[in-house]
Ligand binder design. Structure first.
Ligand code: PTJ
Length: 254
C-alpha cells in the first residue's frame, strides 16, 4: 500500500481508498467497487467526514432493530470486505449470528475470497458459498441467498448496497438497514433505517450501540423503533450537508 503520512488532512479517506484498491488487486473487491468508493468519498466530504446527529439516531435505531429481530442477517460485499471486514466480524460476534457474502457482480471466486478473509479475521460462521434459495424479483446472477441467513431473515443489514436488492428484500417483508453515504440514493430511501455515514465509522458505532442496548428491556427498544421516522432522518442528513457547506463558505469568507 502507498505510504500515507498521518498528518495528511485527508488521511482516513486516502487510507480507505488504498484499502479498496488493495481489495481489487487481491481479487475480492470488484473494479466497479472503486467507483462506488469514489461516490461515497464525495458524499462523506459534503457531510464533513463526521458522524452527524441524524446518523447517530439511525444507528441507535438500527441497533434496536437488530436486537429485537428473531433472525437478523448481515450482508458483506467486496467493498465492505475491503473496508470493514474485522468490524463486521465484531458486529456478528456481538449478535452471535453468521455473516453472509452477497455480491452484485457475483463470481464464485470472489465469494470464496471474501469468505476466507472473514474467517481469517475470526468469523465463526460465513454463509453465501452454497446458496440454496433466491430473492424474488432480482435477476438470476444477483438473486442467490442462503436459508438461515439473508433469505429467511426478518432484519437484514446491507452496507453499500444497490437499490434493487434493497427493494427486493423489503418486498419480501424484511426490515432493511442500509449504510449508505448518499442520503438521496434509492437504497437510502427504500430502507427501513438508513445510516448515512461512512462504513468505517458506522459499523464500530453500531456494534457499540448493540452492546449498550443489549441490557435494555424489549419495550424500550420497541418504542425506539416505533418513534423512528426514516424520511425525517434523511431530510435531516440533507440539511446537515447544507449546514456544513454554509459553515465552510462562512469560514472561507472571514
Ligand atoms: O462487491 P459487489 O459485487 O457486491 O459490488 C459492490 C458495489 C458497492 C460495487 C455495488 O453494490 C455497487 O455498485 O453499489 P452502488 O450502486 O455504487 O452503491 C454503493 C453506495 O454505497 C453508493 O450510494 C455510495 O455512495 C455508498 N458508499 C460508497 N462507499 C461508502 C458508501 N457508503 C458508506 N461508506 C462508504 N465507505
Amino acid at each position: 500500500m502507498t505510504d500515507i503520512p498521518k498528518s495528511h488532512p485527508r488521511y482516513a479517506s486516502l487510507v480507505a481508498r488504498e484499502r479498496v484498491a488493495e481489495g481489487v488487486k487481491k481479487g475480492f473487491t470488484s473494479s466497479q467497487g472503486l467507483i462506488a468508493q469514489g461516490r461515497g468519498e464525495c458524499f462523506d466530504y459534503l457531510l464533513g467526514e463526521r458522524t452527524t446527529p441524524s446518523a447517530e439516531a439511525a444507528t441507535t435505531t438500527a441497533a434496536a432493530l437488530l436486537l429485537l429481530a428473531a433472525r437478523p442477517a448481515l450482508s458483506v460485499n467486496g467493498n465492505v470486505a475491503a473496508l470493514a471486514a474485522e468490524e463486521m466480524v465484531a458486529l456478528a460476534g456481538s449478535l452471535r449470528i453468521p455473516l453472509e457474502v452477497n455480491l452484485f457482480h457475483r463470481s464464485e471466486e470472489r465469494v470464496k475470497k471474501i469468505a476466507d478473509l472473514l474467517r481469517e479475521k475470526g468469523a465463526e460462521e460465513v454463509l453465501g458459498e452454497k446458496p440454496d434459495a433466491t430473492v424474488p424479483g432480482l435477476e438470476p446472477a444477483r438473486a442467490p441467498a442462503t436459508r438461515g441467513g439473508i433469505y429467511d431473515a426478518d432484519v437484514v443489514l446491507i452496507p453499500l448496497e444497490d437499490g434493487d436488492r434493497c427493494e427486493a428484500l423489503t418486498a419480501m417483508g424484511k426490515k432493511v438497514i442500509a449504510i449508505d453515504l448518499n442520503p438521496l440514493s434509492r437504497t437510502a430511501r427504500k430502507a427501513t433505517v438508513s445510516i448515512v455515514d461512512n462504513i468505517l465509522r458506522a459499523v464500530p458505532h453500531l456494534t457499540d450501540q448493540v452492546r449498550q442496548l443489549s441490557v435494555y428491556p424489549r419495550s424500550d427498544l420497541e418504542r425506539m423503533v416505533q418513534e423512528y421516522d426514516n424520511e425525517k432522518v434523511l431530510r435531516q442528513a440533507v440539511q446537515e450537508i447544507q449546514d456544513h457547506l454554509n459553515r465552510q463558505f462562512r469560514e472561507d469568507a472571514s
